[in-house]
Ligand binder design. Structure first.
Ligand code: ATP
Ligand code: MG
Length: 234
């Protein structure tokens, strides 16, 4: 479904990604782990068209999207839930959810999906008319996830979905991600919480300083001595 081949991304003259190759098959839950600054978010930005690779290629459903616009990539069915809860602060919760569906034309399906989001996140329903910028951090994170789902993506990318959430909400968030995948959406997830991410994924990639240094199934990665020592606390 998604294939990155020898991708290089640069900010100014600094390479943030060096020769990264990875793939995601339809229906998989794939995770990327790695230290701060390793290039995880940059990978998601390159896939969603927020950044163009200077070398290498990115294919989605057989189409070369290396130079495609973010708008086009969204319309192909790729949704990006970015790091740091980027909701539209002046708009209400409800309006943020509607905006998430702007690429869709089936208005009744959109209304149904908004109801589905409210039953997944009752907190959002209680606050549907509240300006998103005044939600708590955790509530904004829930809204960002719900909004990303509103486009009914084929592939959804989550960047640090558990960041800043209380433990019970982290659990709930991971549960929702598992549900999303069980419902047939392919998931690519970046996560600091390496154990949880490796435990729930099919396959994982480890990044170190802009390079992909190791990949395998989640369980293989959990057993790997280097991963254990450096990312799972021994
Ligand atoms: N807009 C930018 N301009 C310049 N450098 C950038 C920019 N965005 C990211 N970088 C640099 O690129 C490198 C990779 O950043 P990236 O955000 O992909 O890391 P990450 O793996 O997501 O890290 P974290 O776990 O901290 O979120 C870092 O060294 C970062 O400083
Ligand atoms: Mg990041």
């Amino acid at each position: 479904m998604l294939e990155l081949k020898n991708v290089v991304c640069r900010y100014g003259n600094v390479n943030a990604l060096n020769d990264v190759s990875l793939s995601v098959e339809q229906g998989e839950l794939v995770t990327i782990i790695g230290a701060n600054g390793a290039g995880k978010s940059t990978t998601l930005k390159a896939i969603s068209g927020l950044l163009n690779p200077v070398e290498g290629s990115i294919h989605f459903m057989g189409e070369d999207i290396s130079r495609a616009s973010a708008q086009h990539i969204i319309s192909m069915g790729v949704s990006h839930c970015p790091e740091g809860r980027r909701v539209f602060p002046q708009m209400t919760v409800h309006e943020n959810l509607e905006i998430g569906a702007y690429v869709r034309k089936d208005r009744s399906g959109v209304a149904e999906d908004i109801d589905r989001m409210y039953s997944m996140f009752p907190r959002l329903q209680e606050r549907r008319e509240q300006a998103a910028g005044t939600l708590s951090g955790g509530e904004q994170q829930m809204l960002a996830i719900a909004r990303a789902l509103m486009s009914r993506p084929k592939l959804i990318m989550f960047d640090e979905p558990s960041l800043g959430l209380a433990p019970n909400i982290v659990e709930k968030t991971f549960e929702i991600i598992r549900e999303v995948r069980a419902a047939g959406t392919t998931v690519l997830m970046v996560e600091q919480n390496a154990f949880a991410a490796l435990d729930m994924c099919d396959r994982a990639y480890l990044y170190e300083s802009g390079r992909m240094t190791l990949h395998g199934t989640g369980q293989e990665m959990i057993r790997d001595p280097h991963v254990r020592q450096a990312y799972l606390g021994g």
